[in-house]
Structures are given as structure tokens and as C-alpha cells.
Design a protein around this ligand. Structure first.
Ligand SMILES: Nc1ncnc2c1ncn2[C@@H]1O[C@H](COP(=O)(O)OP(=O)(O)O)[C@@H](O)[C@H]1O
Ligand SMILES: [Mg+2]
Length: 359
């Protein structure tokens, strides 16, 4: 694409014989907010640190704003990084912390003072410059770390799990502030998170990582509605999709373990187009119901438990030996003796071996 700002080509990393990141290639557009989303240990921090220059990749290329920076040292890349634990210097005041990167770069004192003030204003800490980090709340320390990254006027801002050390209430408000800050500064930003809701609400595009592999790189809506990998559908959503294993019978029909099941013509036709012995259907709680109206397939079920959450209820059901969740809205009723749940739309179908989307 013409306005690619950061480009990562075939970057990989191994520790000894263990590959923790497999040949990652990505493009980030100018002004974009990109989220790197995946479970703990999947390689998010490793990728972020290689972009920042703090960690050397085993191979690959990095281009920022038209220049190859693969061999440029971290402090010359013009990249601001906020660490997961903030990593503030405890013996320096807030203002000294924020000005640290500028002093290292031998910027003139008057300019440092101006940049520090501007950065503290941006994160709404204007009056706390003289405090020590130990005199601040967790949320305030996080803003100091953010101001320190902003003070160098970075070309690119990298955030490693910026909200994970905050309590649940603070997290939601700081999330909104981060979005506001991004809209105000227009800074190209890459944020690492294991929290799918954070990625969905903040990012223009999301990169889903698992086991050091990029599984999908898409806008939040596409990640949610068009998962290209079984892992993506079972990681995104609250609660996420469940996988249901379906087996093809020798007579050409389809089978769910431990049930008497008729796949229904729509679903059978779709499965028949994809010639496999086994399939995984990705079933989202909100796409299942107890209402037969307009359904294109049904599944036999037995209810296990019902979780009441106010605006919704989550009904946990057994389908033969497998488990699914059905979401009911406020006005949906739970039948007294439900024997079936219904699919209103054709679900995504995944390979049971490698998780790739089929068909
Ligand atoms: N210095 C290191 N030496 C050996 N293994 C490491 C080192 N740093 C990270 N790893 C391993 O690399 C994998 C990815 O780590 P990391 O990028 O920190 O994951 P994430 O940030 O997604 O939780 C993990 O399995 C981790 O144990
Ligand atoms: Mg990490």
C-alpha cells in the first residue's frame, strides 16, 4: 500500500533452539492504532521490543517512514516505548523522568523544559512534575511513563500492556483517555494486549498472534465476523465462540458424538463442499438460540447451568459430549424443556488439525 509507514518483513526470533516468533510480516499505516493481541507467552513483547530496537531479531527487515532501521540503535529510531511495568526511575522526579530521553539525546535545556511541560499537559499531569514516582497512584505512574515516551516526539509509539496493571474501574477510563490522546496526537501507535475487549475498542486493526504466528491481521469487525482461524474465533468475543466437532459418516451424512443428529440441508450442503472427515464449527453464543423460527440447523442439547448477568443470561448446554454457550437477551425466554438449540446463520468451518478456515 502506498502509505505504509512501518513495514516489518519476515522478522523472526529464537532463543536457543526455540523459535518464539516465526517470520512475521506486517504493514502499519501512518496514524494507525494497531493492537497486537494474543495470550500470555505468544510473542507480543518480543515483537514490540524488536520494533523498538531493544531486542535484536535473528532475521528480517524493518522500515520506518521510508528508511531501513533494522540496524539503527534503539535511541536513534525515534520510537517511544512504554513498558508493561512502567519502569520509572524511582530516584528522579516526574519531570526528570519525562525529560530523561531528551537529556540522553543532548537536547537544549529550554527545549527539554518545553517538551516536558507539553508531554505532562497531554497526559493531564501538568501540576505533578515535582513529585516522586512513589508519591503517585498506579494510574498516574502509567501516565508518567506515557509522557516520557511522548516527550521525545516519537515517530512511533509502542505500548506494552498499558492497562494491565490498573484495576478494572480505572482500566475503562484510562482506555478512553488513550483513545482520546491518540485522536488528538495522530501518533502511529502499536499496543500489545492479551485483552480482546481492549484491542476491539481501541484499535483500527488487530493482529492476532498465537505461538509466535500471526493468525489474522484485520479490522476489529472482520476479526469478529470473519475469523480466518479457529483460535481467533475462540479468543475474541465475551464469551468467545466454542468449537463443535462434526464427523462425516461413511453413508455421506454427518454425526455429532453421542447424539442423534440431522445436520439439516443447508449445513450438510456446505459441509459436503468441503471434503473432510472432520470439521470444527465456530459457534458464537449470540448466534445460537432456543427459537426454531428461521433456523437453518438444529442441535440436540441438554441444559447444564444458567448464568444470570442482568442484561443477558448465558446458558451452558451439552451437545452430546461437547459443550456450548447460548446467550439470551432480556426478552428471550428459556423453554421449560428445551431439547434443541438452533443456528440462525451458517457458522465458520475450520480444519480440526491446523485451525485454518475452510470453504
Ligand atoms: N530472554 C528469553 N530467553 C528465553 N526465552 C524467552 C526470553 N524472553 C522471552 N522468552 C520466551 O518467548 C516467548 C514469548 O515471550 P513474550 O514475547 O514475552 O510473550 P508475551 O509478551 O506475548 O506474553 C515465551 O515463551 C517466553 O518464555
Ligand atoms: Mg508481554
Amino acid at each position: 500500500m502506498s502509505d505504509t509507514y512501518l513495514s516489518i518483513e519476515n522478522m523472526w526470533k529464537a532463543y536457543g533452539d526455540t523459535k518464539v516468533l516465526h517470520s512475521v510480516s506486517l504493514d502499519v499505516q501512518k496514524g494507525e492504532f494497531l493492537a497486537l493481541l494474543g495470550p500470555s507467552g505468544c510473542g507480543k513483547t518480543t515483537l514490540l521490543r524488536m520494533i523498538s530496537g531493544l531486542l535484536q531479531p535473528n532475521g528480517g527487515m524493518l522500515k520506518l517512514n521510508g528508511k531501513t532501521i533494522t540496524d539503527v540503535p534503539a535511541n536513534r529510531r525515534g520510537i517511544g516505548l512504554v513498558f508493561q511495568n512502567y519502569a520509572l526511575f524511582p530516584h528522579m522526579s516526574v519531570a526528570e523522568n519525562v525529560g530523561y530521553g531528551l537529556r540522553m539525546r543532548k537536547v537544549a535545556k529550554t527545549e527539554i523544559a518545553a517538551n516536558v511541560k507539553e508531554a505532562l499537559d497531554l497526559v493531564k499531569l501538568t501540576h505533578l512534575g515535582e513529585r516522586m514516582p512513589s508519591e503517585l497512584s498506579g494510574g498516574q505512574q502509567q501516565r508518567v511513563a506515557l509522557a516520557r515516551a511522548l516527550a521525545i516526539k516519537p515517530q512511533l509509539l509502542l505500548l506494552d500492556e498499558p492497562l494491565s496493571n490498573l484495576d478494572a474501574v480505572l482500566r475503562t477510563s484510562v482506555r478512553a483517555e488513550l483513545l482520546e490522546l491518540h485522536n488528538r496526537t495522530g501518533l502511529t501507535t502499536i499496543m500489545v494486549t492479551h485483552d480482546q475487549a481492549e484491542a476491539m475498542t481501541l484499535a483500527d486493526r488487530i493482529v492476532v498472534l498465537n505461538n509466535g504466528h500471526v493468525l489474522q491481521h484485520d479490522a476489529p469487525q472482520a476479526i469478529y465476523e470473519q475469523p480466518q482461524h479457529a483460535f481467533v474465533s475462540t479468543f475474541v468475543g465475551s464469551p468467545p465462540a466454542s468449537l463443535l466437532e462434526v464427523t462425516r459418516r461413511v453413508d455421506g451424512g454427518y454425526r455429532l458424538e453421542d447424539t442423534n443428529w440431522d445436520a439439516g440441508s443447508h449445513l450438510s450442503q456446505k459441509l459436503a463442499e468441503i471434503k473432510r472427515r472432520k470439521y470444527h464449527l465456530g459457534l458464537r453464543p449470540e448466534e445460537l438460540s432456543f427459537s426454531a423460527e428461521g433456523a437453518l440447523a438444529s442441535l440436540p442439547c441438554a441444559i447444564r447451568t444458567v448464568e444470570y448477568l442482568g442484561a443477558e443470561r448465558l446458558v451452558h448446554v451439552d451437545v452430546g459430549t461437547q459443550k456450548l454457550i447460548v446467550r439470551l437477551g432480556r426478552s428471550d425466554t428459556l423453554p421449560s424443556t428445551p431439547g434443541h438449540i438452533y443456528l440462525q446463520t451458517l457458522p465458520p468451518i475450520f480444519d480440526t488439525e491446523d485451525g485454518r478456515r475452510l470453504g
